[in-house]
Design a protein around this ligand. Structure first.
Ligand code: NDP
Ligand code: VHF
Length: 426
């Protein structure tokens, strides 16, 4: 048990075990799945109001987390809540409420020669187990998306955000209650003990889908232990490739934005690939712009031949997700070389090409096996909100059943509805 594990007991609250918690979530999920769109939207609007009403409580809880947090400045930034960030969470819930109901959508329908009418209809997944980092707003976003899509959710945020996560959870539960829905539809792991992660991974039959959102250690454990289907949201080792036919000004602007807009998010570019034909002309300007914003570099030999002051990159650097103001740089021999580098070092998250050549762009888009590929756009656009999803659970980096930003539609599965007129199979 770590220092925060016993907080809930210390606060005099009973700590249910994960199987019991999941069983309650399952019962709540059944009610949620049958509830109307209006009722689920009402829960979101009530939860938004509760977040605003409880702003002081949430900020005080966050201050407790920050008091004991020993993490880096970037980590603390993600952990920190402000009045503006609480307001953004509330607005996020209201935005999700405005979106069309993903449940009950007819995804396809057809009639068989024997007259059977078959339709594929979107349904909630059931109970979702969400393991995420110490970024408290993720709890509100994930809970909001799950409520709207008719799913119950068990939240397990990072240990350093425990108090914040609980305060946000209380607001979400208040929203559900006010709408007449069971508050057990949104649950939170009882404490920060990692045994609850193990319990969630083994909860076959109780939890329908695990969404791990985090780094290598989490993903490795999930891959080892999960007995429940997984929708992995793993690291983002994203690349921006400047092709020889890139517009120079666009390339400069995009690389700086892709690296520096927010260095700590998974959609930030970690490696710049630049064509040998334009590197001597473009690299000095790009590096100067980035350095002016405080970026450091790890460059391969060919980049250092152009800019000898750049620190050398090791092989391991190209496999490192910096999540910081550091950029790896490699000079490449055209699009196929860039694709080979990405295939070797990438994490199947997001890659971008900057070029005015449509054929090369098509070759890059088709040749990259990542969840999101972009042409003349910043990798920082890999985000549910930016995709028009209202909010996001995160960026799915696996192959099934969703890839890229995960919003409402990706939180549904489907069933087939078959309507006959008494047909019997011969
Ligand atoms: N694809 C996406 O949507 C996103 C990906 N990320 C990625 O996440 C990483 C950064 O996040 P970071 O804060 O480091 O997240 P971590 O991976 O350290 O933590 C995320 C969650 O996983 C838990 N966890 C981590 N390791 C284990 C383990 N071995 N067993 C059980 N639980 C574990 C943490 O709990 P505890 O607090 O106990 O450590 C926390 O709840 C980056 O790689 C980033 O790209 C981040 C956001 C979105
Ligand atoms: N997709 C989101 C960020 C996702 C992400 O990486 O989150 P985090 O690592 O918690 O900052 C965005 O673009 O703002």
């Amino acid at each position: 048990m770590n220092a925060v594990t016993s907080v809930m007991e210390a606060e005099g609250q009973w700590v249910p075990a994960m199987p019991e918690l999941a069983a309650r979530a399952r019962a709540a999920a059944r009610i949620l799945a049958r509830s109307s769109s209006d009722v689920r939207n009402a829960a979101l609007l009530h939860a938004a109001a509760a977040l605003r009403e409880r702003q002081d409580e949430i900020l005080a809880a966050n201050a407790r987390d920050l008091e004991v947090s020993t993490a880096t400045a970037a980590f603390r930034d993600r952990l920190t809540l402000t009045p503006a960030r609480v307001e953004a969470m509330a607005v996020g819930l209201e935005d999700v409420a405005k979106l069309p109901d993903p449940v009950g959508r007819v995804l396809a329908e057809w009639t068989r020669p024997n007259g059977l009418r078959i339709s594929r209809v979107a349904t909630p997944v059931g109970v979702i187990g969400m393991i995420y980092e110490s970024r408290p707003n993720v709890g509100a976003d994930a809970a909001g998306l799950c409520i709207k899509s008719g799913n119950a959710v068990i939240l397990r945020g990072g240990s350093e955000s425990l108090h914040s996560a609980r305060a946000i959870h209380r607001a979400m539960a208040a929203g559900l209650r006010a709408a007449g829905l069971p508050e057990e539809a949104v649950q939170i792991a009882p404490d920060a003990d990692r045994r609850h992660v193990a319990d969630m991974l083994g909860a076959a039959g109780l939890i329908d889908l695990i969404i791990p959102r985090g780094g290598k250690s989490l993903v490795e454990r999930v891959q080892r232990e999960a007995r429940v289907p997984v929708l992995a949201h793993a690291e983002g080792l994203c690349h921006t490739y400047v092709h020889e036919a890139a517009d120079p000004d666009m390339a400069r602007g995009l690389v700086v934005n892709a690296k520096m807009r927010r260095t700590g998010i998974c959609g930030a570019t970690e490696t710049l690939l630049i064509d040998v034909a334009v590197a001597p002309a473009l690299l000095p300007g790009i590096v100067a712009d980035l350095a002016a914003e405080g970026c450091a570099f790890r460059a391969d030999a060919r980049a250092r031949a152009i800019l000898p002051d750049l620190p050398p990159a090791s092989e391991a650097d190209f496999g490192t997700e910096w999540l910081d103001a550091i950029l790896s740089i490699a000079v490449v021999d055209g699009v196929d070389d860039a694709l080979a580098h990405i295939a070797r070092f990438g994490s199947a998250h997001t890659e971008a090409i900057v070029t005015e050549d449509a054929d090369i762009a098509a070759r890059f888009l088709n040749g990259t096996d990542s969840a999101v590929v972009m042409w003349n756009a910043s990798t920082q656009f890999c985000d549910g909100g930016e995709f028009g999803f209202g909010a996001e659970i995160g960026i799915a980096t696996g192959r099934f059943h969703a890839r890229g930003p995960v919003g409402l539609e990706q939180l549904t599965t489907f069933r087939y509805e078959v309507v006959g007129t008494g047909q019997q199979r011969p």
